[in-house]
Design a protein around this ligand. Structure first.
Ligand code: PMP
Length: 430
């Protein structure tokens, strides 16, 4: 089978709206490597968009899911329950840093978790308004699009969106938004558009994912927490991309010591099986009447056993420590590259644990985003057998999301490929 033939069939049978970065098709994947249908091998620094912190097809996950398959693979939790759902909920309740007793409910996608966190917040506070941040990404359903803070390509042409969602600027020093600017915008919002007593929740990614791997300043999160507590507003941490060991903690918000009321998780929670969750303070989670929450596939048994195995693997393979080690290797390598005169196009290198990214700019002095160079690097890397992803409001950020289980040699090989690929596209350009 040829990639080209599949691409032709894909173009004829699948709408353009679902874009794919790599014009090749997978035959097999193992840990941090992917082989396409023509036998070409790639190093995977995308991890299925932050889903594979435990790598492709981890043998323990495959084993646990295969065993589960022999017994049952669907009942609908609303019809008849199963232990794996409860055990995984118990474990997440222990891990979630809200500072109180927690409860957990499972869904299938990140967007579904976000949707439900809003339903829970509204039911618990009896308020309607939601505040989110510019540059944030929360999903592709209508409510989560309303909360997403970027028009092209996510929102354009799809409105109107549900009402009562407001945005304030995400603090971003690099792009000239100070923490005070965000708070001033919030004050102004409270004066002009919505009184704080009508606000159910403020939703924030502790590290913006699609938005560009911008880290919310810890002090900002603390002040936001205080403000929420003052007005009785719930603080929701969207950890769909930043959670489950990526940053060297189970949840990125732990770095700030801030205690959110609700947390949304998905992606790496179940190593590639569709599973998401809302974890939060019991007194809030229990405000919804029976029947108000759920979903036919929500908390699928295969995904729940995969989730339990992911938590075991994180512990057994010390992936929290590993995230720190990998993160340091990446930032050292990228900073070295940035410091050599050759790569004046590398702007800021940043990260928490292994959630690392770098900016590509026209020149470092002026920090002007270079989205063309970013696109060129992604496709050149692919030609050189490396899968990387871009992100960012300005489309000029390369984010690195390799499995935390990646072998050292492959990590180095991947980083060297970024360097050689950038050499190729940067030289062509200049
Ligand atoms: N929240 C965040 C922070 C995300 O990064 C994403 C996905 N990129 C989502 C929500 C939506 O998740 P899903 O695509 O599984 O619906």
């Amino acid at each position: 089978m040829l990639n080209q033939d599949l691409l032709k069939r894909r173009t004829q049978s699948v709408p353009r709206g679902v874009a794919t970065i790599a014009p090749v098709f997978v035959a097999k994947a193992k840990n941090s490597e992917i082989w396409d249908v023509e036998g070409k091998r790639y190093i995977d620094f995308a991890g299925g968009i932050a889903v594979l912190n435990t790598g492709h097809s981890h043998p323990k996950i495959i084993d646990a899911v295969s065993k589960q398959l022999q017994n049952y693979n669907h009942t609908a939790f609303q019809v008849i329950g199963y232990e794996s759902y409860i055990t995984l909920a118990e474990k997440l309740n222990q891990l979630a840093p809200t500072g109180e007793n927690n409860k957990t409910i499972f869904f299938s996608t990140g967007a579904e978790a976000l949707e439900n966190s809003i339903k829970i917040a509204r039911a618990a506070t009896k308020r309607s308004a939601i505040i989110a941040f510019t540059g944030g990404f929360h999903g592709r359903t209508m409510m989560t699009l309303a909360m997403t803070g970027k028009i092209v390509p996510y929102k354009s042409g799809f409105g109107p969106f549900p009402a009562e969602v407001y945005h304030i600027p995400f603090p971003n020093k690099l792009h000239n938004v100070a923490e005070e600017d965000s708070f001033k915008a919030l004050e102004s919002l409270f004066k002009t558009d919505v009184e704080p007593s009508r606000v159910a929740a403020i939703v924030i990614e502790p590290i913006q994912g699609e938005g560009g791997f911008y880290i919310a300043p810890f002090n900002f999160l603390k002040q936001l927490r205080d403000l929420c507590t003052h007005y009785g507003i719930l603080l929701i941490a969207d950890e769909v991309q930043s959670g489950i060991a990526r940053t060297g903690k189970m949840f990125a918000i732990e770095h700030s010591k801030v205690k959110p009321d609700l947390i949304t998780v998905a992606k790496s929670l179940a190593g590639g099986f569709p599973l998401s969750a809302v974890v939060g303070k019991s007194k809030i989670m229990d405000q919804v009447e029976p029947g108000g929450l759920g979903g036919t596939y929500a908390g699928n048994p295969l995904a729940c056993v995969a989730g339990l195995t992911v938590l075991d693997i994180i512990q057994e393979e010390k992936l929290l420590e590993r995230a720190q080690i990998i993160g340091k290797k990446m930032t050292d390598f990228l900073n070295n590259m940035a410091q050599s005169n050759q790569f004046n196009c590398i702007g800021e290198v940043r990260g928490l644990g292994a959630m690392v990214a770098f900016e590509l700019v026209k020149d470092r002095m002026h920090n002007e985003p270079d989205s063309d160079l970013t696109k060129a690097l992604v496709s050149q890397a692919l030609k050189n057998n490396l899968i990387i992803l871009s992100c960012g409001t300005y489309g000029n950020v390369i984010r690195l999301l390799m499995p935390l289980t990646i072998q050292d040699e492959l990590l180095v090989e991947g980083l060297e490929t970024i360097k050689s690929s950038l050499e190729q596209v940067f030289n062509v350009k200049n």
